[in-house]
Design a protein around this ligand. Structure first.
Ligand code: SF4
Length: 316
């Protein structure tokens, strides 16, 4: 195995190693291919491989006519049974079958350089049961842990915009679809940098009875120099704010806020103010090595908001 595998690409066919080995292979630039044996209840080692390996590094296969998945075990394997492996991977990763199909199809196209994939940016994209809106790639912060600086693909969706969409374009991308539980303003950028568009689109969606979440860095009041939260009252059901640290020094080092020391205080103030206008307010932190997640949680609770930890290097 060469350390330059990423230059040519490669796949560990019908992977049967453990999670540590899978991690080393991924670090060398290989994809990990998951066969139908993932459906076997006793194959806990492969289940752990699936849990610990980012799905962006996974392919699916059958290895037919061998290694027939449950419930057909003992009979000849068929290509059509790849769905059974996909369903098990979806269960283990907490994704939908559609998510797994989309992501592993894109992985396959990238590995084998298969032409014909649509690499245009997606404005409205579904992950699990949420419909996300990709309205800007701009951010106030420049977070050290952000995956967008390497790749603009999230769970199989291409998010690199060639222009910032208008309200009409975003509404057209949503269309009349209703196959989701909530709409999330997120994308790979800071949605509240497009406050007017957020308010316009949210107002239309609210009139349809849609639940709305806004994922934000919590610095909008600093950006606009005014309290924008009353403007979101009645439009957003949830705001999820990236708190990420328990003190200004850590926040500054992690997130590179353009507002210096007041950036962190601005996020804390935003959280406290949000509770007055939005029904659900959640502070989040990414489990970046070295961050005291327990301290961030204590801070969030002291600010009167909920807390959710987000896994490092897992986006979407
Ligand atoms: S705010 Fe979000 S999208 Fe922007 S740099 Fe930070 S992690 Fe990335």
């Amino acid at each position: 195995m060469t350390a330059d595998a990423s230059r040519v690409g490669g796949v560990l066919h019908c992977f049967s190693g453990d999670a540590a080995m899978a991690g080393e292979c991924v670090a060398l630039g290989f994809y990990i291919s998951i066969p139908g044996t993932v459906t076997y209840p006793a194959n806990t080692a492969l289940h752990e491989v699936v849990r610990q390996t980012k799905i962006e590094h996974m392919l699916l296969e059958t290895d037919c006519p061998y290694l027939t998945p449950i419930p057909h075990r003992g009979k000849r394997n068929e290509p059509a049974y790849v769905r059974l492996a996909a369903e098990k991977v979806a269960e283990l990763k907490g994704l939908t079958l559609a998510d797994v199909a989309r992501i592993t199809t894109r992985n396959t196209a990238q590995l084998f350089r298969i032409a014909g994939m649509d690499y245009n940016a997606t404005l409205a994209y579904k992950i699990r049961n949420s419909l996300y809106l990709n309205i800007t790639n701009r951010c106030s912060n420049h977070c050290t842990f952000c995956a967008k600086f390497e790749d603009f693909t999230v769970k199989g969706h291409q998010l690199l915009l060639d222009h910032e969409p208008t309200t009409a374009e975003v509404l057209a991308a949503i269309g009349s679809r209703s196959d989701f539980d909530e709409v999330v303003f997120c994308g790979y950028g800071e949605p509240l940098l497009r406050l007017d568009l957020v308010k316009e689109v949210a107002a239309v969606l609210k009139s349809r009875g849609t639940k709305i979440r806004i994922n934000t860095d919590g610095q909008a009041n600093l950006v606009y120099g005014r309290n924008i939260l009353p403007e979101l009252a009645g439009l957003a059901d949830t705001v999820s704010v990236s708190l990420n640290a328990a003190d200004a020094a850590t926040y500054g080092a992690l997130c590179n806020t353009p507002f210096g020391d007041i950036g962190f205080q601005g996020v804390c103030d935003f959280l406290q103010e949000a509770v007055r206008h939005i029904p659900n307010v959640v502070a989040t932190a990414v489990t970046v090595p070295g961050v005291d997640i327990a301290a961030v949680k204590r801070l969030a609770l002291s600010l009167g908001v909920q807390f959710r930890e987000r896994e490092y290097a897992e986006v979407g």
